[in-house]
Design a protein around this ligand. Structure first.
Ligand SMILES: [Zn+2]
Length: 489
C-alpha cells in the first residue's frame, strides 16, 4: 500500500494522473493478450484464383495496400493487375492489397472467412485467402467427408486434414501462397460447405496433429481402400514406416465399392508410349507382382516389340484415376459381364453375410492349391469371389470345396487324394509371377476392381465402418497410421 502511495506521489510530481496510468496499463495488457492470441493462431494462405481480373464483394470492406495506405472499398468491385499495381475502380494501389471485413468476403461465387490478399503479377491477379488454420479446416472437412457420418470418423478426418495442411505449408510458395483449393493439396470450398457436425469435430480436436518421431506425419487418405490399404512405396516409390498394407477388419459399405473399366488396346498402347514404355502392338497384360493384400503392384505388358513393366499406380495415372479407380483390380479379356457383379444394394448385405460364415482357415495342400487354380482358370468363380480370395486367402479352401460341391474333408488323411474336378484342369501360369493375365486379341480388356483412390493411409469408408462399430478417432488413426501419436501443436 505504501508503495502505491509513493508511486502516486511520484506521478503527481511528473503531472501524470493515476487514471491515465491505469488506462496505459490496461492498453498494454490487452495488446499483450492480442499478441498472444496472434501467436497461437496458425495462419494459412490459400490460393483461390489467378486470372486477369477478380470480382470481390462483401459488407464493410476496407483495404490496405503494400505501401501502407488504408482506404474503404465498395460492396462489390472488380480488381485487375497493371504491372506491380492492383487497380480497383480506376485507382492504382501498390501490390499486395489486403481486403478485410468483419463479415465474410466473397470472391466469385464463394464466401470466405479471414481476409483476401490481392497480388498483382504482370497482367494476372492472384486472390489469396489468409485465415486461421482452424477456420480453413471448416471449408475442407465440409467437402472432404460426409458430414452425416459418425463423430469419431469426422474427428479422425479433422486430425489428418489439420496435419496434412500444416505439412503442406509453403507448397505453393513460388506463387505466394501455401496451398491450393484442389485435391493437389486439399479441396477447400470456403464457407459454402459448412456443417455443424464437421465444425464440432474440428473444435473437439483443436490443434491436434498426428506425429511420427516428433515430426508431422504424412497423413495421406483416400475414399475407399477396397478392404486393405496400399504400401506407399508401391504407389509413390518411397517407404514410410506407418504407410503400409493394413487389412481392414470390417467390410466397406461404400456404394461404389466395386467398379469396372473397359480399356482398348490402343488406349493402353498410347499410355505406354507416353511413358516411354512402348511394346508395339499390345497382345497381353499381366499382373507381375501383387502386394501382401493382393493389390496389383506391378504390371507386365507384352507386345510385338517386346515387353515392359510398369507400376499399377503409374498405369492408373496414365489411363486416368477416374477410369481406373484403384490398383485393387484384376482383368479379363473375356471375363464376366457387369451382370455377374452384384449391384451396390446387394453388395451392402453381401459382406456381412460373408462374415457370418465360419471360414475353414486350414491351409491348402499342394493338390488343393493346384485344384483351386484350375477351377479359377475354368472361370468357376465370379469377380467378387476371385477378389475375395485375393484379399482373404484363408477363405480359398471354402471356395474350393463349394465349387467342387463336396464337403471339405476334416482330417489330413481324408484330404488325400483329392476328388477330380468335373472338367480337366488347364495349365496355369506360374503363380509367383503372373497369376492373372489377359490376352488382348479381342482388342480390349476389362478391369474389375474394388475401392476408390490410391489406397494409401486412412480409407474414409473403412474408417466409417470402424466408427459405426464404436471405434474412437484415436483407435482409427492408430490402425491406419501405426506408430504415430496425436500431439497438440
Ligand atoms: Zn496444391
Amino acid at each position: 500500500m505504501r508503495t502505491v502511495i509513493l508511486a502516486r506521489r511520484r506521478l503527481r510530481r511528473h503531472r501524470i494522473s493515476w487514471n491515465c496510468c491505469k488506462k496505459i496499463f490496461l492498453a498494454v495488457f490487452f495488446f499483450s493478450l492480442c499478441l498472444a492470441a496472434e501467436a497461437q493462431a496458425r495462419w494459412i494462405r490459400v490460393g483461390l484464383v489467378t486470372a486477369p481480373s477478380a470480382l470481390i464483394s462483401g459488407r464493410g470492406l476496407s483495404g490496405k495496400d503494400g505501401g501502407g495506405r488504408c482506404f474503404s472499398l465498395p460492396a462489390s468491385f472488380s480488381a485487375h493487375a497493371r504491372g506491380s499495381n492492383v487497380v480497383i475502380q480506376g485507382k492504382s494501389y501498390v501490390s499486395p492489397v489486403i481486403v478485410s471485413s468483419p463479415h465474410q468476403i466473397r470472391c466469385g461465387k464463394v464466401s470466405y472467412e479471414g481476409e483476401l490478399v490481392l497480388r498483382a503479377r504482370g497482367s494476372q491477379i492472384t486472390v489469396i485467402n489468409r485465415l486461421d488454420v482452424e477456420k480453413y479446416l471448416r471449408g475442407v472437412l465440409g467437402y472432404e467427408i460426409n458430414p452425416q457420418w459418425g463423430m469419431e470418423v469426422l474427428k479422425a478426418q479433422a486430425v489428418i486434414s489439420r496435419t496434412y495442411a500444416l505439412a503442406q505449408m509453403g507448397r505453393h510458395e513460388a506463387s505466394g501462397y501455401d496451398v491450393c483449393t484442389t485435391d493437389h493439396c486439399q479441396v477447400y470450398r470456403g464457407t459454402n460447405v459448412l456443417h455443424a457436425s464437421t465444425d464440432r469435430a474440428i473444435a473437439q480436436t483443436r490443434g491436434q496433429v498426428l506425429t511420427y518421431k516428433g515430426g508431422l506425419a504424412h497423413t495421406f487418405f483416400c475414399s475407399d481402400s477396397g478392404g486393405a490399404t496400399a504400401d506407399v512405396s508401391d504407389v509413390w516409390g518411397k517407404s514410410v514406416p506407418y504407410l503400409i498394407v493394413r487389412k481392414e477388419p470390417f467390410p466397406s459399405e461404400s456404394p461404389k465399392a466395386r467398379w469396372e473399366a473397359s480399356l482398348s488396346a490402343g488406349e493402353i498402347q498410347n499410355a505406354l508410349a507416353k511413358k516411354g514404355k512402348s511394346v508395339g502392338t499390345l497382345s497381353q497384360i499381366a499382373i507381375e507382382r501383387r502386394d501382401a493384400a493382393g493389390r496389383a503392384a506391378t504390371l507386365r505388358f507384352t507386345g510385338s516389340a517386346g515387353s515392359s513393366v510398369l507400376s499399377s499406380a503409374a498405369f492408373r495415372t496414365l489411363i486416368g484415376a477416374k477410369k481406373v479407380r484403384s490398383t485393387f483390380f484384376e482383368f479379363s479379356s473375356e471375363g464376366p459381364r457387369m451382370t455377374d457383379v452384384p449391384d451396390p444394394a446387394q453388395r451392402r448385405e453381401a459382406p456381412h453375410a460373408a462374415r457370418k460364415i465360419a471360414f475353414d482357415t486350414t491351409p491348402l495342400t499342394a493338390a488343393e492349391d493346384a485344384q483351386l487354380k484350375a477351377l479359377i482358370e475354368q472361370k468357376k468363380f465370379n469377380v467378387d469371389e476371385r477378389l475375395d480370395m485375393i484379399l482373404y486367402p484363408e477363405r480359398r479352401r471354402n471356395y474350393l470345396y463349394k465349387a467342387l460341391g463336396v464337403e471339405a474333408p476334416e482330417t489330413e488323411r481324408e484330404r488325400e487324394p483329392l476328388e477330380q474336378p468335373a472338367e480337366p484342369a488347364k495349365r496355369i501360369p506360374n503363380p509367383s509371377r503372373t497369376e492373372v493375365f489377359a490376352n488382348l486379341t479381342g482388342g480390349s480388356v476389362t478391369l474389375y476392381g474394388r475401392g476408390w483412390g490410391h489406397g494409401v493411409g486412412l480409407s474414409q469408408w473403412g474408417a466409417k465402418s470402424m466408427a459405426d462399430r464404436g471405434w474412437s478417432a484415436e483407435r482409427i488413426l492408430e490402425f491406419y497410421y501405426p506408430g504415430t501419436v496425436i500431439q497438440k501443436r
